[in-house]
Design a protein around this ligand. Structure first.
Ligand code: GLU
Length: 447
């Protein structure tokens, strides 16, 4: 068997979206599984709709996902992709060759392919054998009158020249395939194997679009998703390993990938599922890796200091451990870590109304502050004991004091376990936060 050669051939008329990324990923997984070659070919022949910005966006998206490509043109270095626009002469020559052999003809300046009588069939590894009656295929244009080749001609000539053995792409291309198979035959080449992958749908079973949230892959990077989680999620969107396991590394996915595992039914995207994958992958990162991933985002938020990787490292690891059960994205970590770096700038309005405006609460909070200040030992047990003893003594529910202390510590109504958090904030941090809340919330009443 010849070594498989696959390609991803995006048109740079938009950013790399989820559907394109998944197509790239399936091609890449198959090439890597089979020890084959994966080519990136930018199909930029529609100069009016293509842009450098989109090309960059596509390359960034692929690199972020860890999808690397193997070959490129001589010019531009080994990491440059192929650009279809640099191959127009090849496409034109193929069109003239077909005219020369009577397989295409000129028609008002354009060159059209002469569709022969008969039937065109191909086997699709997802959908099985597919057959078209050539009667329903018009004699289609391959070279426009301005000598611009059409998509069908360019894609086939390039796939032949690049010796592509497997074409894995969205199933919106099924109807294009018979024309392309005819071109392969006319150009004397065997068609590749085809696998047309069902489209990705939103939860409402409509084709995935902006309405369903972000579609550009890099938008997910911005939102704090891990590339390995996105990779895992996309791989299982319409493809299955046959087992119930869902969390896989890139290498595990390579080891399991087959084209036959691609399902014929439309895959449904949903954000909760992506969040779940992301959370699972976050939980699998060791401390070094997690800190490494967070560092840039923490710096951007103004929270990073080198001590977090030095003298404060143990403290920081305990903070992260406290947040892990809730933080599903890197951005959620940054958001939830903020109470550990800054005093609350504001207090949740509903929380103030619900938990601080009850009669006597100001005096309770003041006593709580004094009780905490008097502690000899600052740990979860002593803090909890002090709070509960005070609640008993003042005839107030412990829960009410806990909520008030939570607001003081975080400004929020929801947080990790209060006493664990107070330990990590430290005595000065907690007393300062209680003082600040008393000043902010009750200053009007007391002054
Ligand atoms: N440039 C085409 C697209 O983005 C590629 C189609 C193909 O894979 O053959 O849809």
């Amino acid at each position: 068997m010849t070594t498989p050669r696959l390609r991803f051939a995006p048109s740079p008329t938009g950013y790399l979206h989820l559907g394109g990324a998944r197509t790239a990923l399936f091609n890449w997984l198959y090439a890597r599984r089979q020890g084959g070659t994966f080519i990136l070919r930018i199909e930029d022949t529609d100069a009016g709709r293509s842009s450098d910005e989109m090309v960059t966006g596509i390359l960034d998206g692929l690199r972020w996902l860890g999808i690397d490509w193997d070959e490129g043109p001589e010019v531009g270095g080994p990491h440059a992709p192929y650009f279809q626009s640099q191959r127009l002469d090849r496409h034109r020559a193929a069109a003239r060759d077909l005219v020369g052999r009577g397989l295409a003809y000129e028609d008002e300046g354009a060159i059209r392919f002469r569709v022969p009588a008969g039937r065109t069939t191909f086997v699709d590894s997802v959908h099985g054998p597919i057959e078209f009656d050539n009667e329903h295929i018009e004699s289609f244009v391959i070279l426009r009158s301005d000598t611009q080749p059409t998509y069908h001609l360019s894609v086939v000539v390039d796939d032949i020249d690049m010796r592509v053995t497997h074409v894995v792409r969205g199933d919106d291309h099924i109807s294009n395939t018979p024309k392309q198979v005819l071109l392969y035959q006319a150009l004397g080449a065997a068609p590749p194997a085809f696998a047309h992958v069902p489209l990705i749908m939103g939860p409402d079973k409509k084709r995935l679009s902006k309405r369903h949230g972000a579609t550009s892959v890099m938008e997910y990077e911005k939102q704090g998703y891990l590339p390995e989680a996105m990779f895992n999620f996309l791989a299982l969107l319409g493809w299955g390993t046959g087992s119930d396991d869902e969390i896989f590394t890139r290498d595990e996915l390579i080891a399991r990938f087959t084209l036959l595992g691609i399902s014929g039914g439309n895959a449904v995207f949903n954000t909760e599922k992506l969040d779940w994958f992301n959370h699972q992958h976050l939980l699998r990162l060791d401390n070094d890796a997690l800190i490494g991933r967070l560092r840039g985002r923490l710096a951007a938020a103004g929270y990073w200091r080198d001590a977090l990787d030095g003298v404060d490292r143990d403290w920081f690891i305990r903070v992260l451990a406290l947040l892990k059960p809730r933080a599903k994205t890197l951005n959620a970590f940054v958001e939830q870590v903020s109470p550990f770096f800054t005093e609350p700038l504001a207090y949740d309005g509903d929380g103030v109304k619900k938990h601080l405006s009850t009669a006597g609460m100001q005096a309770h909070v003041r006593s709580l502050r004094d009780a905490f200040a008097a502690l000899d030992v600052w740990n979860e047990a002593t803090l909890e004991q002090a709070l509960r003893a005070l609640a008993d003594a003042r005839g107030v529910k412990a829960g009410a004091l806990i909520q008030a202390a939570r607001l003081a510590a975080t400004g929020r109504m929801v947080s990790p376990g209060l006493f664990e958090m107070l330990v990590l904030l430290g005595r000065d941090g907690v007393l300062g936060r209680l003082d600040r809340m008393m000043e902010t919330v009750w200053s009007a009443a007391t002054s």
